[in-house]
Design a protein around this ligand. Structure first.
Ligand SMILES: Nc1nc2c(ncn2[C@@H]2O[C@H](COP(=O)(O)OP(=O)(O)OP(=O)(O)O)[C@@H](O)[C@H]2O)c(=O)[nH]1
Ligand SMILES: [Mg+2]
Length: 441
């Protein structure tokens, strides 16, 4: 998941504050050191880290915590605000007809991101189409064609034509009726003159609304040099940072890009078309700091769940039976790895527990067990699990062939989820609102 390691160490640093009754200089120093270490390990520029930690320290010691805020929340809030300062706001992505041009070095993830982007707009109800304008790498045409076929996205390409500019011109004409046209271009191993020239020519013909530079997170701080170079030639409007799932250097790439003032537009978190997110600094940082990300979660839920999957209204009214839980679990499975889902929940919501990989891995298997157990329950029990006492557990155990512990575990799980859902109730799933309430932001 997104920069697991950085998130873990930042959260670890902040945990030290839980026990601190008040903020003395020693505690703050200790926490700042941990934060520095975490950021440096994620490859964030030393100067940036030093500047930021100095500010955090000053503020943590000088500023009075707002009323009702404990020292930990006070420092989290400051760290959050200072990280926001560094990362800046994400790019402005409009859900309307537009042309997008992808640029970037070889292997940075342009073609994959082209497909992911098409998927993103498709999910938002727009009709996307892609144009294969990489005539440089053999196989580029096929790669994009295959990807778009899988997603049911319209594709334009001319195999055998080496004139990328002509292809783009024809493609845009051919795809006129589509809402979002995404042009995948060729990469080189470095920023060579002919790449720049081709880019500029395509740019002139396509007149794109958005120019996204695709950047491999693994290059860390060098990202800034690349961002500058591409910006000088075509004027990028957003950066897509890919492969954040596979590098420890993500912090370097993110902060370096942010420093160039090029807004981060999307982040790539894996190889499949779903491993892609619109970048929003507030939710990204909230997640890093373990404050959860209800907004992402709900967006994901809205996109992946169909009406019959989960009765959201019933959930919102607090009705959450075992049957609902089963549906919920099944739906979550559909939404993606449980780990990803759980990380979007605020720390407090899952009862403050950090769910281990082990547990999450097992959850798929458990689902099957749960189904078997539930099949041995009566309708009344499914609708109101409170009635299930010791003797009923014995009966269900016999009927299902599962142990009493397993049944108790299921009931406990249900209870945890019910409690968690109570936290969801009573309004929009809005992280900003939540933070306002919790942290006075
Ligand atoms: N793990 C991971 N892999 C990614 C991500 N984005 C792209 N990749 C992989 O990176 C490799 C290169 O991706 P491409 O999309 O072909 O890169 P490109 O920029 O189009 O490459 P050229 O066309 O050769 O310039 C592929 O194996 C992708 O599956 C990501 O976010 N995470
Ligand atoms: Mg490509």
């Amino acid at each position: 998941m997104v920069m697991d390691k950085l998130g873990d160490s930042l959260q670890g640093a902040l945990k030290k504050l839980v026990r601190a009754g008040r903020l003395d200089e020693r505690t703050v120093n200790e926490v700042i050191k941990d934060i520095q270490r975490a950021l440096l390990q994620a490859d964030v520029n030393v100067k940036l880290v030093m500047g930021m930690s100095k500010k955090i320290k000053e503020r943590a010691l000088k500023e009075e915590p707002p009323a009702g805020m404990n020292p930990r929340e006070h420092v989290i809030r400051i760290v959050y605000q200072e990280l926001m300062e560094i990362i800046g706001k994400g790019a402005d992505i409009q859900l309307k007809p537009q042309t997008i041009m992808m640029v970037g070095l070889q292997g940075s993830g342009k073609t994959t991101s082209t497909a992911k982007l098409a998927r993103f707009f498709q999910r938002k109800g727009l009709k996307p189409a892609v144009i294969a304008a990489d005539t440089f790498r053999p196989g580029a045409y096929k790669q994009l064609k295959t990807l778009s076929e899988k997603l049911n996205v319209a594709f334009y390409g001319e195999e055998g034509n080496s004139d990328a500019v002509e292809i783009v011109q024809n493609g845009l004409k051919e795809l006129e009726k589509y809402d979002v046209k995404i042009v995948d271009t060729a990469g080189r191993h470095a920023l060579e003159a002919d790449l720049i020239e081709e880019m500029e020519n395509i740019h002139a013909i396509a007149n794109p609304d958005q120019k996204f530079m695709v950047l491999d997170a693994a290059i860390g701080q060098q990202a800034s040099q690349q961002a500058h170079a591409f910006n000088d030639s075509v004027g990028i409007t957003g950066v897509i940072i890919t492969k954040l799932d596979g590098t420890a250097k993500g912090g370097g790439a993110l902060s370096a890009v942010a420093e160039t003032k090029a807004p981060i537009a999307f982040i790539g978190l894996g190889e499949t078309p779903e491993d892609f997110e619109k970048f929003e600094a507030d939710r990204f940082i909230s997640r890093l700091l373990g404050m959860g990300d209800l907004k992402s979660l709900m967006e994901k839920a809205e996109e992946s769940l169909s009406e019959e999957d989960v009765d959201v209204d019933a959930l919102m009214q607090g009705r959450f039976t075992l049957k609902d839980m089963y549906k919920q679990l099944e739906a979550m499975n559909k939404m993606g790895p449980l780990k990803q889902i759980m990380q979007m929940l605020p720390m407090g919501m899952a009862g403050g527990m950090k769910v281990s990989d082990e547990i999450l891995k097992d959850t798929g298997d458990k689902l099957k067990n749960y189904r078997i157990i539930m099949d041995s329950m009566t309708e009344a029990e499914l609708l109101d699990p409170k009635v299930i006492g010791g003797s009923r557990i014995k009966r269900i155990s016999k009927g299902s062939g599962c142990s009493s512990e397993e049944i108790r575990e299921l009931l406990k799980y249900h209870k945890t989820m019910q409690t968690a859902l109570k936290g969801f109730r009573g309004g929009k799933f809005n992280i900003q609102k939540l933070m306002k309430k919790k942290l006075g932001m």
